[in-house]
Write a protein that binds this ligand. Structure first.
Ligand code: GCU
Length: 627
């Protein structure tokens, strides 16, 4: 941990996160030692893998889903997990299901937009695919799942190899012990049912797309393999040109004995270093690089990084940059920046459903480019890794968040442990993504001591896990008296950057009320207005105050920007939201029809007037100053 912020990390939160980190490590071993390893292999998208994307047979289970859960709610291994086939013509009556003749769903993809009978289905869907394998001696094979919403249970040839909770982060399950030469039945049960103690909890303002929503592949590696690494620019107490040529980090070789050799090569930066692992399989390094070109929106330079250990090799394309705060300034490579962007949900433009393809990603970024954005808040959950890869290449800075949305069970320690696991998974997957500059621990949570303790510990856990990035959260509920708006939420003490959501002109008051608002904050930290806006149905026109019209939405944003121009610590803005998106709570016919209509663009990428207001302000850099 580089600077004095480490000191803030109190003993109590040390104990609290130690227990959670322990849980993270234990879960990776799924309880008892002989259980298959469940891990998160970093950089899978840069490894040679065998894709299992495509058609998977599926069966739907209505609640109470007795093929998955017994009447005490415990997971069963005896039901559909066994992939048995019914005796149709002859023989004793046995099972009454058959994956082999069942219809198929595309993976990756949510089930809601593929099968109209499942459009509003929240429950259990079973996936099955026969996977041909020829296991080689001295190798191990993992099933990589980019994400599956919400709970997933995986069996190979009837043997449960892992389970995972959380709809937006990847997991890798070892198949080695359960797989054999020939066809292997891979069965994955995905349960999108909501529960109070889940993250997010039972109510949230986006569509609960269920299913295996991101890439699935087979990852075959040697017995000892590189499962995690961190290669970043040295992050000293202050940013100095000297740091700008020193790279540091670690490489972790899973199950490697101490003294195992690892090589780090970055040819273009003149780096070639051989290291050895310690008892935990970890090899740390600090190396000098020659004439590094630092990553920034103006020059999103990525370096090919090659890591080898024994016969295992991982390559990655990594940008090196420094991000920090200095008073109310956000500094990128020592220079003050102003973050201008939009909130982005992981919904595919035009075709709808969860983002799964390069084209979906390109479409989302094309709308960001149309408003001249240099930043995006990926809300409210970690997005498909394609988003970070695209941002790395195109120089868009990102805010990444775990789905602690409004009310969750802050009073429950197992929910805290769950939050830490999601946080670790988010950071582990994207630690080497230069575009990601902010980790957010929550959105719009109720300001009370139990929540503040929970999120303060979580923010410190994030800072401890990754001291090279900024920690933030999107707040609500400033104290308002007349036109005086005071934000003094104690959680700000634990944040590097404050996110502030407000909807003056839509949920509160009239658009022009914003002009009179005097905002003050009890902390002298950089501020991002992380949500503001109004709803408008594309093509619905009227006067500046006619709600639901493009003119009113544009008018609200005009006044918002005027309000923000007066607040010196504003260092970023992300209107809510880039594109209209599905939400089951938005049901005004002919205006919403199941969509949140606060987009600058419609769900079909049709540009609303508000997008022009934003583009103009971003092109003129008229909202705020970087310093
Ligand atoms: C909230 C919330 C969003 C929601 C938005 C809205 O602030 O964070 O998830 O969609 O407001 O009400 O439109």
């Amino acid at each position: 941990m580089s600077d004095l912020r480490a000191a803030q990390w109190s003993l109590k939160s040390l104990l609290r996160s130690a227990s959670a980190a322990l849980v993270f490590a234990l879960i990776l071993r799924c309880g008892s030692a002989q259980q298959p390893l469940r891990t998160l292999i970093v950089g899978v998208d840069h490894r040679h893998t065998e894709s299992l994307n495509g058609d998977w047979h599926y069966l739907v289970e209505q609640p109470p889903a007795r093929e998955l859960y017994d009447d005490k709610g415990n997971v069963r291994d005896g039901g559909y997990a066994q992939n048995s086939h019914p005796n149709i013509k002859s023989g004793p009556h046995n099972s009454e299901y058959d994956f082999s003749t069942a219809p198929t769903l595309k993976v990756p993809g949510d089930w809601n937009t593929q099968d109209s009978t499942l459009f509003r289905f929240e429950g259990v869907v079973w996936y099955e695919r026969d996977v041909p394998m020829q296991p080689k001696p001295g190798t191990r094979t993992f099933l990589h799942v980019g994400a599956a919403n919400y709970r997933s249970f995986v069996w190979v040839n009837g043997k449960r190899i892992c389970q995972h909770e959380g709809g937006f982060t990847p997991f890798d399950c070892e198949m080695t012990g359960a797989a054999h030469a020939g066809l292997n039945a891979v069965v994955i049960a995905v349960d999108s049912t909501r529960h109070k103690d889940d993250i997010p909890s039972v109510s949230y303002d986006w569509f609960n797309y269920g299913g295996i929503t991101r890439d699935v592949s087979l990852v075959t590696v040697p017995t000892y393999f590189i499962d995690d690494y961190d290669v970043h620019l040295q992050h000293g107490p202050t940013f100095s040109p000297r740091d700008a040529r020193t790279l540091t980090g670690y490489i972790h070789v899973q199950d490697a004995p101490a003294g195992t050799s690892v090589t780090l090569r970055i040819p273009e930066a003149g780096v070639e270093k051989t290291l050895t692992t310690n008892a935990d399989g970890r090899a740390e390094f600090t190396v000098n690089a020659t004439n590094l070109s630092l990553w920034s929106p103006a020059s999103p330079k990525l370096y090919r990084v090659v890591l080898t250990s024994g016969t295992d090799e991982v390559t990655d394309d990594i940008g090196f940059r420094d991000v920090r705060v200095d008073g109310t300034k956000i500094l990128l490579n020592g220079k003050a920046v102003f973050l201008q962007g939009a909130n982005v949900h992981a919904e595919a433009p035009v075709r709808g459903g969860r983002v799964t393809t390069d084209e979906d990603v390109k479409n989302l970024f094309s709308m960001l480019q149309q408003i001249n954005a240099n930043f995006a808040r990926l809300c409210h959950y970690p997005h498909d890794e394609r988003m970070e890869r695209y941002a790395d290449k195109t120089g868009i800075m990102l805010w990444s968040e775990i789905p602690l949305w409004q009310r969750i069970s802050f009073d429950k320690s197992d929910v805290y442990d769950k939050a830490v696991i999601m946080l670790h998974e988010m950071i582990r997957r994207d630690r080497n993504k230069a575009s990601v500059i902010l980790w957010s621990v929550s959105n719009e949570t109720p300001n009370n001591p139990v929540r503040t303790k929970f999120l303060t510990d979580l923010a410190n856990e994030a800072r401890h896990t990754d001291p090279t990035r900024l920690i933030t959260s999107a707040l609500i509920g400033p104290r308002v008296s007349e036109d005086q708006v005071r934000q003094d939420d104690q959680l700000m003490q634990a944040l590097d950057v404050v996110g502030q959501n407000e909807y003056i002109g839509w949920y509160e008051g009239q658009p022009e009320d914003a002009d009179r608002k005097e905002w003050t904050f009890s902390v002298n930290k950089p501020l991002i207005f992380s949500e503001f806006g109004a709803e408008a149905k594309y093509g619905n026109h009227g006067g500046d105050h006619d709600r639901w019209t493009e003119e009113q939405e544009a008018n609200v944003l005009e006044h918002q920007f005027k309000m923000m121009q007066k607040i010196p610590q504003v260092r970023g803005v992300t209107p809510w939201v880039l594109m209209d998106f599905r939400s089951t709570t938005r049901n005004i016919p002919k205006l919403q029809d199941g969509y949140n209509r606060k987009g600058l663009f419609s769900e079909r990428m049709e540009k609303k007037k508000a997008a022009d207001v934003v583009r103009k302000a971003y092109t003129e850099h008229s909202i705020g100053k970087a310093e």
